[in-house]
Design a protein around this ligand. Structure first.
Ligand code: GTP
Ligand code: MG
Length: 210
């Protein structure tokens, strides 16, 4: 772990897995949640940021995370916060019932969790803009829920391809948005982008009145 990472995450621990927003921890700590299509790399990114391989459960098969998982960062310190691993949306093989149930779980969490400071919408950097992601971001915008975009798996494409894909995404967003949300490029494999993401969270945390 680089010293820079250490400065921002001193400790990270698993707290709980909740089937709905009502069962989430009763705590007013600022919260940041990772969301995105199933298998995009949400749990892997949490492990990369916290430098703990098995902290969030990952799988090569989509549909691994099915509950709202809370992790506590910097327990007992003034700069404590919650990191949340959400289930993926749009997993085709899950079946209509399961997809609908997860969609409701995610929507209720986004709308009902008062201490949610920002969502991070994870997007696979290898793919062209996906309707399901654009629709979800549109919904967040309509609901006034702050979010940033995190491109994942950057190690899987060359630098040029990455640039082109990110530009294509920005262009698609600017068709409906006047300005772009913050954008991060990451790889849990190569650890790209971890420092930037944590620095952003730290900066937002510092601006909050606690
Ligand atoms: P669900 O919980 O099913 O919604 O998936 P998830 O978004 O949490 O994805 P997860 O972190 O479990 O990762 C899915 C697969 O992608 C695993 O096989 C990971 O090893 C792989 N993966 C995740 N991030 C990266 C990355 O940055 N680079 C590479 N090469 N593989 C990655
Ligand atoms: Mg997961």
């Amino acid at each position: 772990m680089s010293p820079f990472f250490l400065n921002m995450i001193h400790t990270a621990q698993y707290i709980s897995s909740a089937p709905d927003v009502k069962a989430c921890p009763k705590s007013s700590l600022p919260e940041y949640a990772f969301i995105g299509r199933s298998n995009v790399g949400k749990s892997s990114l949490i492990n990369m940021l916290t430098n703990q391989k098995g902290l969030a459960k990952t799988s090569s098969k989509p549909g691994k995370t099915l509950l709202i998982n809370h992790f506590l960062v910097n327990a007992g310190r003034a700069d404590a916060w919650h990191l949340v691993d959400l289930p993926g949306y749009g997993f085709a093989k899950a079946g209509q019932d399961q997809r609908e149930r997860l969609k409701q779980m995610i929507e209720r969490y986004c709308l009902g969790r008062e201490q949610l400071v920002s969502l991070f919408v994870l997007v696979d950097c290898r793919l062209e803009p996906q309707k399901i992601d654009l629709q979800f971001m549109q919904w967040l915008g309509e609901q006034g829920i702050p979010f940033a975009i995190v491109f994942t798996k950057a190690d899987k494409v060359g630098r040029e391809r990455l640039k082109l894909n990110v530009e294509a995404y920005k262009k698609a967003l600017l068709e409906t948005w006047e300005e772009l949300p913050p954008v991060f490029m990451t790889s849990s494999e190569s650890r790209l982008g971890g420092e930037e993401l944590l620095a952003y969270i730290e900066q937002v945390n510092k601006g909050l009145v606690r």
